[in-house]
Ligand binder design. Structure first.
Ligand SMILES: [Zn+2]
Ligand SMILES: [Zn+2]
Length: 234
């Protein structure tokens, strides 16, 4: 039967298989959520994308962030990518004020007692390729019945060719924390000689306590990237 073919099978394997029609279920779901479901699915994790968060957490995200995904899958504009990133931050921490995953990582590091750098969510840099892969998958689902749909190039959407067998694999542009990088310091003002950053002649970084306090009292000041570059060149 038609509705069985497009249905969701519940209690599979039992003697009383139950089928529910997806188009009936869709009537019970909020229209904004219904439209954004493919994006929500692929962004949080699927067979073809990495898991970033859970589905229940995704469905509890405030409606304004879900509405932001309404055009996800249509194009890879900076706006769509940034709304996807903000949505994923909300999946991980509902109500967070962080607008990027980098800011959220920093917040987590300083506010979550058990957070280790290795257990933090991915950086914004890494998330970009994940969002591209989610966009590709969302686009493919949205156009599965459209014979005239343009085929998107996976190599432009977060995939690369495996040099050993030419198959497609996710890009893994991971920047490893350098082993020789000294540990972030835990002082409030970095005025004492005991400051580890000062001792090793390195500038404090955003993971140091002094910068997280946002009091600007660090005597071994954190330099912005542009200033750091200038300092390195001189
Ligand atoms: Zn210090
Ligand atoms: Zn400092």
């Amino acid at each position: 039967m038609e509705h069985q073919r497009y249905g969701y099978e519940l209690a599979s394997g039992t003697q009383q298989d139950i089928f529910l029609c997806i188009h009936y279920i869709s009537l019970r779901v909020d229209e904004n959520i219904s439209k954004a479901l493919p994006a929500i699915h692929f962004l949080t994790g699927s067979d073809v994308t990495s898991k970033v968060g859970t589905k229940p957490a995704a469905l509890k995200v405030k409606p304004e962030y879900i509405q932001g995904l309404a055009t996800f899958g249509e194009n890879l504009s900076d706006e769509n990518c940034s709304k996807a990133e903000v949505f994923l931050v909300q999946v991980l921490k509902s109500g967070s004020k962080c607008m990027t995953m980098n800011k959220f990582r920093n917040w987590m590091y300083h506010h979550s007692k058990s957070a280790q750098i290795s257990s933090l969510p991915p950086t914004s840099h890494l998330l970009t390729d994940h969002i591209k892969r989610a966009h590709l998958a969302t686009y493919q689902v949205q156009h599965v019945l459209d014979e005239e749909a343009v085929t998107l190039d996976p190599l432009q959407h977060g995939y690369m060719k495996d040099p050993t067998n030419d198959s497609l694999i996710p890009k893994q542009d991971i920047r490893i924390w350098p082993e020789d990088l000294i540990k972030q310091c835990t002082c409030k003002t970095c005025s004492q000689a005991s400051c580890g950053c000062k001792q090793s002649g390195q500038h404090c970084i955003s993971f140091c306590k002094c910068t997280s306090l946002q009091t600007n009292k660090c005597k071994n000041p954190f330099l912005k990237e542009s200033e750091l570059l200038e300092a390195m060149l001189n």
